[in-house]
Design a protein around this ligand. Structure first.
Ligand code: ZN
Length: 274
């Protein structure tokens, strides 16, 4: 895209601190965006008006005052009243996690908290305006499966299949990972039992060290290459930075557990049916 992304950074409400907003504004300029800063104490109507006059793509709202619950949605309403709801609104500041769903339900595209880096905000905005593939900035499609490390699939299949009553859909070996896997369907997702087939297998080492149990959670995604690239830009630690061949003709990659509170996440992309 030749045209520069235009962003209005605004601080609605009464709080008198704009250091955070100024830092974001400068960081977005460093990422090649045109940034207009409205200054302090703007009303939602003034912000919407300025966004339209300046023909921006995105409004970034910042709040430290705790008034975000009323003020952020009012900006979205003011845009809607002026038929300008094609302008994206994102928000940031000291915002408790429980307010994020409330704000996102009211039309705030994404809420950033003090843990977010300015680089993460900038690459989110770029994805929002010019998606590099089918919306990397969107949520993965679903939990494809939950992986459970077991010593022997044959020993536990009675419990999963007969006692829990889960439908066993397939069993196969993935030699590259040194495992045999069994998939048991439950609704739109599956339990994946992983049995090591040799001592080099990471599952073998996992069971030696920690015993049997939950090993990983897998998300189905649409474009695994693009998503890995996006995560790299977001400085997420990865085990694989390129996709590996997975079970049933899928492409997979693992995030490093350090990136996610000790949880191992897998990404899977399927060609057709899982
Ligand atoms: Zn898996």
């Amino acid at each position: 895209m030749d045209k520069k992304i235009r962003v209005l950074v605004a601080k609605p409400g009464l709080d008198g601190h704009d250091r955070g907003a100024l830092i974001i504004a400068q960081a977005l300029r460093d990422h090649g965006m045109e940034v207009i800063y409205t200054g302090l104490r703007q009303s939602p109507a003034q912000i919407a008006q300025a966004a339209i006059q300046e023909d921006v793509d995105v409004i970034g709202l910042s709040s430290l005052s705790g008034a975000h619950r009323s003020l952020f949605p009012k900006v979205v309403e003011q845009l809607r009243e002026r038929n300008a709801d094609d302008i994206f609104v994102i928000g940031g500041g000291v915002i408790p996690a429980e307010d994020i769903p409330y704000l996102e339900e009211r039309g705030i595209k994404k809420v950033f908290t003090p843990g977010s880096t300015t680089d993460a905000i900038a690459s989110y905005i770029k994805e929002l305006i010019t998606p590099s593939s089918q919306s990397i900035a969107q949520s993965p499609k679903r939990i494809a499966h939950i992986g459970i490390a077991v010593k022997s699939i044959d020993d536990v299949i009675h419990f999963y299949h007969h006692v829990l009553g889960l439908h066993l859909s397939r069993v196969e070996e993935v030699p590259t990972e040194g495992v045999k896997v069994a998939f048991l369907k439950i609704g739109d997702t599956s339990i994946e039992l992983l049995e090591p087939i040799n001592e080099q297998s990471t599952i073998y080492k996992y069971i030696e060290k920690r015993g049997e149990g939950i090993h990983h959670i897998a998300f189905e995604v649409e474009d695994i290459e693009a998503r890995l690239k996006y995560y790299k830009e977001q400085k997420v630690e990865l085990i694989h930075d390129t996709p590996q061949p997975g079970a049933h003709d899928s492409k997979i990659a693992f995030l490093h557990p350090k990136a996610a509170n000790g949880v191992l996440y897998e990404l899977c992309e399927y060609k057709g049916e899982e």
